[in-house]
Design a protein around this ligand. Structure first.
Ligand SMILES: [Zn+2]
Length: 273
């Protein structure tokens, strides 16, 4: 006979894990949670802007977790549900979000205006990173539980509109957390090391595939302590804080991508440890 208290504990744990979903924010750089209709086939796939979208099973059914790019159009949007002999779509609305502006002056202008060789290098590296962002590893369909990869002050928020030496650059696609050089950086969630590299802008970088197209990128490291293909668990060390690449001081840049859309990492992890 199973003890009633043990049974209750098991039920609590199961419901807590299966109910876990990220915070919803149907805005640029946010996440839309779209419940799948019950009539959708079990093997239905969801697509948003031609990219496969993670489908998460909860006690209330299946939910498509849609990453909304900072560059998306404000207004009506939709995802497609596709299975054998089945096509449907779910509409939702994307709201605007006014992210703050920052103007930065960098002394090392070579990192602001790359030369031809550097531009070619950057193009290769961007393609390598994009290929990882576009991978879709099927999983059992539970939402990966996240934690902050490091504790520290947020030095630069997600979505910040940046100007380097007066020139407009891409908005900040991740969250910067200030921390001392050499401090340990932890995997924000379970996954597999999908890429490691030493990049022109991002410096020493680790990319983690959390499954279903949910990808973390951790940049500017002084040391990488994992290898490609390695399976990793939430809270395991992946490297040390540094200021490699384009960084004015030691900090960790954590980028989070869902269906190839960079979204606000604070929607999946609470800043409190
Ligand atoms: Zn950053």
């Amino acid at each position: 006979m199973i003890n009633l208290r043990v049974l209750l504990l098991i039920l609590l744990c199961v419901s807590r894990v299966s109910a876990a979903l990220p915070e919803e924010s149907r805005t640029l750089g946010g996440i839309a949670l779209l419940p799948l209709p019950e009539y959708a086939p079990v093997n239905a796939q969801a697509l948003y802007m031609d990219m496969p979208v993670p489908i998460i099973s909860t006690t209330n059914g299946r939910t498509a977790v849609v990453g909304i790019p900072l560059t998306a159009s404000v207004g009506q949007a939709s995802i497609q549900l596709i299975a054998t002999d089945f096509v449907d779509s779910l509409d939702f609305s994307v709201g605007n979000k006014d992210y703050p502006e920052q103007r930065i002056t960098l002394k090392d202008t070579s990192k602001v205006t790359p030369n031809e060789v550097e531009l070619a290098r950057y193009a290769r590296e961007a393609a390598e990173q994009k290929a990882v962002y576009k991978t879709f590893t099927p999983t059992i369909g539970a939402w990966p539980r996240f934690q902050m990869p490091i504790v520290g002050e947020f030095s630069s928020p997600f979505g910040l509109k940046r100007f380097f030496n007066g020139e407009a650059r891409d908005p900040h696609s991740g969250l910067d957390i200030a921390a001392a050089e050499g401090k340990t950086v932890y995997a924000p969630a379970d996954g597999k090391i999908a890429q490691t590299g030493d990049y022109f802008f991002n410096g020493q970088t680790v990319m983690i595939d959390h499954g279903q197209g949910i990808i973390s990128m951790l940049c500017h490291l002084s040391k990488i302590s994992v290898v490609m293909g390695q399976t990793i668990q939430r809270g395991e060390a992946i490297g040390k804080v540094g200021h490699t690449g384009r960084a004015t001081g030691p900090h960790l840049h954590w980028g989070l991508s869902i269906n190839n859309a960079r979204v606000n990492p604070l929607l999946v992890a609470s800043p409190k440890p």
